[in-house]
Design a protein around this ligand. Structure first.
Ligand code: GDP
Ligand code: IMO
Ligand code: MG
Length: 428
């Protein structure tokens, strides 16, 4: 038992940070493998609340070495300010490793993220505006800047110039914005080079050596299956591969290294930004879930769109990611309803679908078909064993297992580190 991936099974914000933190004391490395500081992972430890965007949540566990893999796009300003903020709170971040191959989010990526969103108008994605999409676009377009480029000023300046040549034409002629000065960008990046230098590592080699030695490596997903650029609700997705397979590409380990895939699922559904969401509740019920669950984005503060649990959404993620265990979070938020509806099918143009449809057009037309499950009124936030949950609540959990096709091994009953019910050992 060595390689474990934690992924989101919905549209993000399922509580991946908290689930990762649960395992932190038992793992040797915690690795971010995709995304950038578009993520927002909140971890509550005692009276302290930590909101991590770029650093893996495992940084809060002294035993685990935190790692940023090659699949991540790194905003160095954000990286350093997160390190400084944690250091000021007594959390050591000096053991962090950063892949030499990770791409850098440069200032022009943020500018482009914002202007393209504005340009798209009503077709906008609702991005986090952190420059993540443009940085990945440059990577694929082979004009990206990698962390290792910062260690070679001559190469850096050539690459920044090449990257800006076309972008400045776009900025000036299409978007009517001022051109960006390559020299200024280089100076800004070079100013960060000395600080990042000691952290830069051949991460793939380190992780493979650790796995060879039987150490435990946890790959902490950001975003989620349905935000994946290949499997999500394209184009309303992020620009990376948050799916479990993304851990192999984004950290440099082979697929046979992955022993477990832990899917995080919220006991209801939320989504931030634009894009289809068949079970979205635009009424007072949705507002009630938002208030009860504190559903406001950790990164942008935007209110999250809310709906009941959509079993088709999670079932799809379970299949494609070969999820071995589900960790069901925020079950406590569902206390107090007479009935708890669950989306068990879609009606698409008069036809019933028991799994997610193949095309995006169909998904846009999907109307939720609900099964009404019995609710419970007891406060469950103090429960630590499954048999302490009210019978209706237990039945809710068991029904979700049937509908999604995966066993539920952990349940979150509150934001605190200790507010969990474990049904199966996630590392056994
Ligand atoms: P992530 O992006 O997947 O790491 O999730 P976020 O941190 O963005 O959002 C999850 C939120 O729910 C955070 O504020 C957590 O503190 C909180 N949370 C996690 N698990 C539970 C739970 O079981 N119950 C409650 N009430 N809150 C939880
Ligand atoms: P965590 O890791 C929820 C969404 C954005 C937008 C789309 C594209 O906290 O679960 P981007 O800035 O990535 O180009 O935006 O993806 N998005 C998230 N939604 N949780 C996240 O991360 C997200 N990261 C990106 O809202 O709809
Ligand atoms: Mg989040």
């Amino acid at each position: 038992m060595t390689g474990i991936v934690v992924i989101g099974t919905q549209w993000g914000d399922e509580g991946k940070g908290k689930a990762t933190d649960q395992l932190g004391d038992r793992v040797d490395y915690v690795v971010r493998y995709s995304g950038g500081n578009n993520a927002g992972h909140t971890v509550v430890v005692g009276d302290e609340t930590y909101a991590l965007h770029l650093l893996p949540s495992g940084i809060l566990s002294p035993r685990a070495t935190p790692v940023i893999g090659n699949g991540v796009v790194v905003d160095l300003d954000v990286l350093f300010s997160e390190i400084d903020a944690l250091t000021a709170r007594g959390v050591a971040a000096d053991r962090l490793l950063v892949s030499a191959n990770a791409h850098v989010i440069a200032p022009y990526h943020q500018v482009l993220d914002k202007v393209t969103e504005r340009f798209l108008g009503h077709r906008r994605i609702g991005t986090t505006g952190r420059g993540v999409g443009p940085a990945y676009a440059d990577k694929v377009n082979r004009v990206g800047i990698r962390v290792q480029d910062l260690l070679d000023p001559k190469i850096l300046s050539q690459k920044v110039e090449a990257a800006l040549e076309q972008k400045n034409q776009l900025l000036v002629k299409v978007y009517n914005r001022p051109a960006i000065d390559a020299e200024e960008v280089c100076q800004r990046l070079l100013a960060q080079a000395e600080r990042v230098r000691p952290l830069v590592t051949d991460v793939a080699r380190v992780l493979n050596q650790a796995l060879d030695a039987g150490q435990v490596v946890l790959f902490e997903g950001a975003q989620a299956h349905h935000l994946d650029v290949d499997f999500g609700t394209y184009p309303y997705v992020t620009s990376s591969n948050p799916v479990a397979a993304g851990a192999c590409i984004g950290a440099g380990v082979g697929p046979t290294r992955i022993d477990r895939v832990i899917g995080i699922a919220k006991a209801y559904t939320t989504r931030v930004g634009e894009g289809p969401f068949p079970g979205e509740l635009l009424d007072q019920v949705g507002e009630g879930l938002r208030q009860a669950g504190g559903e406001y984005g950790t990164t942008t503060g935007r209110p999250r769109r809310c709906g009941w649990f959509d079993a088709l959404v999670v079932e799809q993620a379970v299949k494609v990611n070969a999820v071995t265990d589900l960790f069901l979070t925020k079950l406590d938020v569902l206390t107090g309803y007479d009935r708890v509806p669950v989306v068990v099918a879609y009606d698409i143009d008069g036809l019933r679908h028991d799994t997610m449809p193949m095309t995006q057009t169909e998904f846009h037309h999907a109307q939720p078909v609900y099964e009404q499950l019995e609710g419970w009124s007891e406060d469950i936030s103090g429960c630590r064993r499954f048999d302490q949950l009210p019978p209706a609540c237990q039945r809710y959990v068991r029904r979700l297992e049937e509908l999604t096709g995966a066993r539920i091994s952990g349940i979150g009953v509150g934001p605190g580190r200790e507010q969990v019910i474990m049904l199966h050992d996630l590392l056994a």
